[in-house]
Design a protein around this ligand. Structure first.
Ligand code: NDP
Ligand code: 8X3
Length: 263
């Protein structure tokens, strides 16, 4: 049985990488009557993804929205501005996130600190609060899935990553407290902590493709599809099954900093 049938799924940061792949994976898993809300700042990328998905999976409806999760006013207006057939969201994938630079204290630019924190932490919290008001209206105290994309960086700080690592540790801590706050409901709080995944992440962080390629030299990173499969698997479990916490590494990696490289 397709447990995702008829669901409305909202993915933030759906224009690239893990978010984009997650949109395709949900559509492929439930191609008959799924509704997808895809949000990101680069709305033209979302339109391309929407066209590809609707061409490939005829029964899937897609709504794209330009949204910067780091802007609290945009997040506040988000739900009210959705077309009514997309408003009753069942699954929120809080995926929008980024690392900016590798500067070390005391030389971390304030714009980088705020960019990471306002997106990865405050943005994720604001999105969660906005969508929880929908989830809470359902029977049994509420129902729905909040799937937060953390990182193994949230479990181990490393030099040059202090703000990014702290932001992902905050995602972890917020999620743990939230799961307890929602204990009397059917709302599932699911945390997925990927290791190295080759996406636009390192290009955004380092600002240049050749520097990003060096991050993956001699290693075989995960693909965004690998993480998308796990996100959709978690969402597709029986309602009483909460895949609360997951670390996903490629085989050459055992922590954020412990990586084997082929010479
Ligand atoms: P990408 O850079 O490929 O994708 C990031 C996505 O987030 C883009 O769609 C981007 O869209 C969106 N985004 C960034 N800032 C904002 C914002 N302010 N508002 C809305 N959307 C935003 O990287 P990944 O797919 O790798 O990253 C996805 C998540 O996975 C992030 O949370 C990241 O921290 C996490 N992660 C990544 C790992 C990796 O090795 N790649 C490992 C562990 C975790 P746009 O620019 O159009 O707004
Ligand atoms: C991204 C993984 O190890 O580059 O979250 O911080 S890492």
């Amino acid at each position: 049985k397709d447990r995702l049938s008829g669901k409305i799924v909202l993915i933030t940061g759906a224009s690239s990488g893990i978010g984009r792949s997650t949109a395709f994976e949900f559509a492929a898993t439930s191609p008959d009557d799924l509704r997808l809300v895809l949000a990101a700042r680069r709305v033209e990328k979302l339109s391309e993804i929407s066209n590809e998905i609707t061409k490939k999976f005829g029964g899937v409806k897609v709504h794209t929205v330009q949204l910067d999760v780091s802007k609290p006013d945009e997040v506040k207006q988000f739900v009210g501005n959705l077309p009514s057939e997309f408003q009753n969201i069942d699954i929120l994938v809080n995926n929008a996130g980024l690392a900016l630079g590798t500067a070390q204290a005391p030389n971390i630019p304030e714009t980088d600190i705020n960019g990471m924190w306002n997106t990865n932490v405050t943005g994720l919290i604001n999105m969660t609060q906005a969508i929880l008001s929908i989830f809470k209206k359902r029977p049994e105290g509420g129902a729905g899935d909040i799937i937060n994309i953390g990182s193994i960086a949230g479990r181990e700080g490393y030099p040059g990553g202090s703000i990014y690592c702290a932001s992902k540790a905050a995602v972890r801590s917020f999620s743990e407290a939230l799961r307890k706050e929602l204990i009397s409901t059917r709302i599932r709080v699911i945390v997925i902590d990927p290791g190295q995944v080759e996406t636009e992440f390192s290009v955004v962080r380092l600002g240049d493709k050749s520097k990003a390629d060096a991050v993956y030299a001699g290693v075989e990173p995960l693909t965004p599809e690998d993480i998308a499969e796990i996100i959709v698997f978690a969402a597709g479990r029986r309602q009483n099954v909460v895949l609360a916490d997951t670390m996903i590494f490629p085989s050459h990696q055992a922590s954020a900093t412990f990586v084997h490289r082929k010479s």
